[in-house]
Structures are given as C-alpha cells and as structure tokens.
Design a protein around this ligand. Sequence first.
Ligand SMILES: [Zn+2]
Ligand SMILES: [Zn+2]
Length: 82
Amino acid sequence: MLPLDPQADIGRRAWVPCPHCEDHRDCPTCREGRRCRDHWRYLLSNTGSLLHLQCPSCTQVWDHETGFGATRTGPPRGTGGF
Ligand SMILES: [Zn+2]
Ligand SMILES: [Zn+2]
C-alpha cells in the first residue's frame, strides 16, 4: 500500500469509482450515482478536466479524465500550490 499523498485533503473529494478495489460495485448508493458517504476518493490535484485521485481504501493513485471542464492547453502554470 502506498502512503496517503500529502496533498490528500478530506475537504477535497471526488466521487469516482476506484479502478483498483472497485468498492462501489456492491454499494446501492454508488450504483445510483449518488454521493456516497463511504466511497469517495481524495482529489489530489487536477489539470483541466483530468483529475489526479487517490483511493482512501486501497491507496491506489490514478488519473481520471472527466471529459468536461477546462481544456488542457499549454504547459501547467507555475509549480506547487493548487
Ligand atoms: Zn480503491
Ligand atoms: Zn458507496
């Protein structure tokens, strides 16, 4: 298991199914597409519509393309911060 990313903040969460543990599959709340109390992911950072997530259950880190929101053009602005 990976350590939790230092950027992991319970105040910044995203409701995206984890591709590793898939803990949403047996959960009726998640299957209805609602914001589940138990199955959420840390939103570590995002670049436009690409979310960088970490699962609090299995600590898997992955990128999730939401396909909407700001477009990713040009280099990232600055370093550090959010
Ligand atoms: Zn997981
Ligand atoms: Zn759930």
